[in-house]
Ligand binder design. Structure first.
Ligand code: DX5
Ligand code: ZN
Length: 218
């Protein structure tokens, strides 16, 4: 199986000490940054100024997850702040084809996130444009929610779509990922795990990251 990428989600960190919190997960290759607007999702987190402030203090790929509506007006600011990947939601992007082109033109890897209520077929026309597909395994907006079981079959279906595309697309999962759910999503085909509370909720973050990286599916 492909090696698993673990992306700690800073949403679960202590916001009064963001720099130190980010340093505590520096062994992970990606850092997941959840931008929320209180409109597309019922919570407000942080945006490009905070991402820009963190940028100089980390070597990780900044995996930015935009839960904002509209997203288009903020793509450039997100790229300039130092995002390496920009993932937008299929549910609020009327011209997602153009938005994904814009993200690539800005020099970032384009990603698409898909909510629990959206069918996998919604991705069919953009398989040739995305480098990352992020299956939401909770309804976006908050950390610490329970994994939604029904998303497992969607992960398998999307893994199949990726195989048929012949493209190298990272299949991420986001929400309720911990050492209990990780083996199941990996078995279904996930290759990237976003984890907030199951990493930042632990004292020993290194061990928490290692545990997710080393998950056995059998
Ligand atoms: C939820 C965010 C997630 C969140 C996951 O809307 O997109 O990235 O941080 O948190 P956990 O891992 O605690 O479910
Ligand atoms: Zn996220």
């Amino acid at each position: 199986r492909p090696s698993i990428i673990v992306a700690p989600s800073l949403l679960a960190a202590d916001f009064s000490r963001l720099g130190e919190e980010m340093a505590s997960v520096s062994q992970a290759p990606w850092l997941h940054l959840d931008v929320m607007d209180g409109h597309f999702v019922p919570n407000i987190s942080f945006g490009p100024p905070v991402i820009a402030a963190l940028r100089a203090h980390s070597k990780a790929k900044f995996d930015t997850h935009l839960m904002i509506e509209p997203a288009d007006p903020y793509l450039e600011a997100t790229a300039k702040a130092g995002a390496d990947h920009i993932t937008i939601h299929i549910e609020n992007a009327p011209h997602i084809h153009r938005s994904l082109q814009t993200i690539r033109a800005l020099g970032c890897k384009p990603g698409v996130a898909i909510c629990p209520g959206t069918p996998p077929e919604a991705l069919s026309e953009i398989m040739d444009m995305v480098d990352i597909i992020l299956v939401m395994t909770v309804n976006p907006g908050f950390g610490g929610q329970k994994f939604i079981e029904s998303q497992l079959s969607k992960i398998s279906k999307i893994a199949g779509m990726i195989r048929s595309s012949g493209r190298d697309i990272v299949l991420g999962v986001d929400g309720g990922i911990d050492p209990e759910t990780a083996p199941r999503v990996i078995k279904a085909g996930a290759t990237m795990l976003v984890a907030g509370s199951s990493i930042f909720g632990k004292k020993d973050r290194e061990a928490a990251i290692r545990a997710l990286e080393a998950v056995r599916t059998e």
